[in-house]
Design a protein around this ligand. Sequence first.
Ligand SMILES: NC(=O)c1ccc[n+]([C@@H]2O[C@H](COP(=O)([O-])OP(=O)(O)OC[C@H]3O[C@@H](n4cnc5c(N)ncnc54)[C@H](O)[C@@H]3O)[C@@H](O)[C@H]2O)c1
Length: 330
Amino acid sequence: MDNDERALVEGRRFTVTGGAGFIGSWLVERLLRSGAAHVTVIDNLRYGDPTWIQSLAGRDRLTLLRFDLGTDDCEVLDPHLDGADGLFHLAAEKHNQALGRPARVLRANIEGTLGLFERAAQRGVAKTVFTSSLYAHGRIAGPPMREDERAEPRTVYGISKLAGEHLLSHVHGSAGLPHTVLRLYFVYGPRQFQGSGYKSVIVRNFERILGGEPPLIRGDGNQALDYVYVDDVVTALVRSLDSAASGALLNVGSGRAVRIIDLTRAMLEVAESDLEPTFGEPDVTAGSHRVCVNDRACRVLGWKPSVDLTRGLRKVYDWLRNERRSAQPS
Ligand SMILES: NC(=O)c1ccc[n+]([C@@H]2O[C@H](COP(=O)([O-])OP(=O)(O)OC[C@H]3O[C@@H](n4cnc5c(N)ncnc54)[C@H](O)[C@@H]3O)[C@@H](O)[C@H]2O)c1
């Protein structure tokens, strides 16, 4: 946390949707640590874990409202939006969580999102920051992605995120809602999803390594992703409150392509493991290259990713190892 960040947060009131989730809980922690006067978290708790925020220092300045965007009436949110200095909209049905449940994606990410933006504009929220996704771009191969290229989302999730971006500018145009949109790339860090169901390759393979099994690579491991550490994403979210970022659409990633084979080697090194990766059948990610150009975010936010891959992986590994230890019967 630096002085610029403190100046954006100290003594101010914020509302964070999805604040009990992976990225949201780290954001809430940063806001409280930076001296926010009050933070309201709006979350249906379908995926998040309220204990991540309920145990924070400064929890006397925190309110948790259980609310389902897309189902519950957004008018209930008015007291939590009235006079808010910032609204961070992170709650969403994500791609892998909601595969096969398109109606739920549309309800939360479009209907609920529109309802939220409309109420926020009516209640005079000073600044809204929306987390969109690389899936709004659509393509999964080719050169690094730029914000101004034509977006052609190919999944219901990607379509819903792009719609969220457009709905935000629509509400701003009709009722006034200053905002910044961040297209996040592959965010990793402690608390990323580790329950049953879809897990990122980082969590899946660290779990295998911790269990003494070789990490599994799908295909030849040349598919490349843009991994960005959660603390760096939180910094970008907070800096988006600056009026200089208003109206901007920004790619938030490391700007660096990491091949799965190299990621796996780095993970084995972090875990000090002698295991060798094993190669399985290619999946839909074969040949993919999903990386961003992050110059615009660096320039507009005065930001740059600061956590290198090895340091970030070590944090995830230590977290998973501790979780595993505390889950074992004593
Ligand atoms: N994690 C990534 O790599 C990544 C990449 C691109 C974009 N994003 C975006 O960042 C945001 C946060 O992602 P995350 O990884 O922290 O996800 P997460 O699932 O850990 O957190 C999302 C939170 O929103 C809540 N939520 C979901 N649907 C809701 C609804 N209808 N009403 C109220 N609450 C609801 C969940 O319970 C959860 O606590 C999302 O908008 C996601 O689309 C994330």
